[in-house]
Design a protein around this ligand. Structure first.
Ligand code: PAF
Length: 283
């Protein structure tokens, strides 16, 4: 297993990064909340292509969970994560404590508008993106990374982080990495482990539905008609649907005409106790 430097404090992280900087190395960042799967490892692989040194972070960020969401239940698998990161040849793991990230008296929140207020995830998780933006901005500043990887699986998050980096002139490039899927199309997610065998068998229906709606739109069906059919299919299969929407791929504004695209289709639905999200390009 390759050597990986484990850091738990901002000052140790900066010390380790300074050594790489002194050698003239470009730094890539892979922010995660742990419970790593192949989707995260694809982010590390992409970071290795874009930078000489890769920092992966593991921090289950309390600020992006609402009181109704179970922070304590979020899977924590640091030993297995460390083995995967070493095998993928990450150079540094930064795994701070909550106290290190949010010391006594911490009082700053970054509030992003635009895609963060698109009426998608924010409708169901109103404080989520402020928590994400705040922790991601801190990770950018702490690591001094040149480029940071974000999966398209969390598409609204990707747009929010890109908006924040642009608006605040943060000197970091945001790199989007395609969603990694299981063979049956289910988007890889740390939450998939909570699916019962019965719900796991149903879960790929979300991706199939997105694909069908995208094909219908490409074939000339109206966006609203394609979405209405998709929503019915998801609900008939037993999901509790939060949304199936077509949005402009860059602004996440509602879009009714494919010619005004590019169009992104986004879905969120609960099966049993597990909430799944997915999205694809439609045009
Ligand atoms: O996508 C995630 O795992 C988290 O939202 C992130 C970007 C690591 C911030 O906590």
């Amino acid at each position: 297993m390759a050597d990986i430097i484990i850091t738990r404090t901002v000052s140790d992280l900066r010390h380790a990064v300074r050594k790489f900087r002194d050698e003239g190395d470009r730094i890539g960042l892979v922010p995660t909340m742990g419970a790593l799967h192949d989707g995260h490892i694809a982010l590390v692989r992409e970071a290795r292509k874009r930078a000489a040194r890769v920092i992966a972070t593991i921090f289950v960020n309390p600020a992006q969970f609402s009181p109704a969401e179970d922070l304590a239940k979020y899977p924590r698998t640091e030993e297995a994560d460390l083995a995967r990161l070493s095998a993928a040849r990450a150079d540094i793991l930064f795994a701070p404590t909550v106290g290190e990230m949010y010391p006594q008296g911490f009082a700053t929140t970054i509030s992003v508008g635009g895609p963060a207020a698109a009426g998608l995830e924010d409708r169901f998780r109103p404080t989520h993106f402020a928590g994400v933006a705040t922790v991601v901005a801190k990770l950018f500043m702490q690591s001094g990374a040149d480029v940071a990887m974000f999966g398209e699986k969390d598409y609204q998050q990707l747009m929010v982080v890109a908006q924040m980096a642009r608006d605040l002139d943060l000197p970091v490039e945001i790199a989007a990495v395609a969603t990694q899927r299981e063979e049956d199309g289910l988007a890889m997610s740390s939450r998939n482990r909570f699916l019962s065998p019965e719900h796991r068998a149903l879960a790929p229906l979300l991706h199939r539905t997105l694909r069908k709606a995208a094909d219908d739109i490409a074939g000339g069906a109206g966006i609203e008609a394609a979405l209405a059919e998709g929503r019915a299919a998801i609900e008939q299969a037993g999901f509790a649907l939060d949304y199936l929407e077509a949005r402009h791929a860059a602004s996440l504004a509602p879009i009714a005409d494919p010619a005004a695209g590019p169009v992104r289709l986004l879905v969120a639905a609960k099966i049993g106790q597990t909430r799944l999200i997915d999205n694809i390009a439609a045009t």
